[in-house]
Design a protein around this ligand. Structure first.
Ligand code: SF4
Ligand code: SF4
Length: 165
C-alpha cells in the first residue's frame, strides 16, 4: 500500500530548524559509520567491489529495490534545491547520470552498503543494513518524524507531490 503522502512530506518547513539540523547531523554520522565499515572491508578484500557501472540503480532491470527512511529523506531533501527534487517515472533512479550517481555524497544507506561484488558479503550487507535501520528508526522516533520505510520510487513520488512549492 502506498504510504500517506502527508507522512512523506518531510519538507524542511515541517520540522523545526534546530531538530532538522540535529537529524541531518545524525544521518551524516550514520553514513560516515557505514562508509568506514565498507572502506575497511574493501581494504582487506580481494575484490573491493563496485565498478560504478550504474546497473543496480536501474531497479527494474536489476530486480533490486532501495528502501529509504524518514531521517534519510529529510537529510536528502536538505541537500537539494526544490527544482532538483525528481519523481521516478520508471524503474531507474532519477539521480543516475549516465553510469554515475549525481548525488553521490548524499546517497542513501542502501546505496552505500549494496555491492554486487563485495567488499561485503550478502550476510554482512544484511547485518549492516539492520544496524543502520535501527539507527534511523531511533533518530526518527527521537525527533518525532513520521515512520517511513518505503522504496525510493514511492518515496520520491510522495515527496514530489506533497512537498512541491
Ligand atoms: S554495485 Fe555492482 S551493479 Fe552496482 S554500480 Fe557497482 S558494479 Fe555496478
Ligand atoms: S542515489 Fe545514486 S547510488 Fe543511489 S540509486 Fe540513485 S543513482 Fe544509484
Amino acid at each position: 500500500m502506498e504510504p500517506d503522502r502527508a507522512a512523506l512530506c518531510l519538507d524542511v518547513r515541517a520540522v523545526a530548524p534546530d531538530a532538522r539540523e540535529r537529524v541531518i547531523a545524525h544521518v551524516r554520522a550514520v553514513y560516515r559509520w557505514i562508509d568506514g565499515r565498507v572502506d575497511r572491508a574493501a581494504r582487506s578484500a580481494e575484490d573491493n567491489g563496485c565498478r560504478a557501472c550504474g546497473r543496480c540503480c536501474d531497479f527494474e532491470a536489476y530486480d533490486h529495490r532501495l528502501f529509504v527512511t524518514a531521517p534519510e529523506l529529510l537529510y536528502f531533501m536538505s541537500t537539494l534545491t526544490p527544482e532538483n527534487l525528481r519523481a521516478m517515472p520508471d524503474g531507474v533512479c532519477p539521480y543516475r547520470a549516465g553510469a554515475r550517481c549525481a548525488v553521490y555524497e548524499h546517497r542513501f544507506a542502501g546505496c552505500r552498503i549494496f555491492g554486487c561484488r563485495g567488499p561485503l558479503g550478502v550476510a554482512e550487507q544484511a547485518a549492516l543494513t539492520e544496524r543502520a535501520l535501527r539507527c534511523f528508526k531511533a533518530i526518527g522516533h527521537h525527533y518525532g518524524l513520521p515512520y517511513v520505510y518505503t522504496d525510493l520510487k514511492t518515496a520520491l513520488k510522495g515527496l514530489h507531490q506533497a512537498c512541491k512549492p
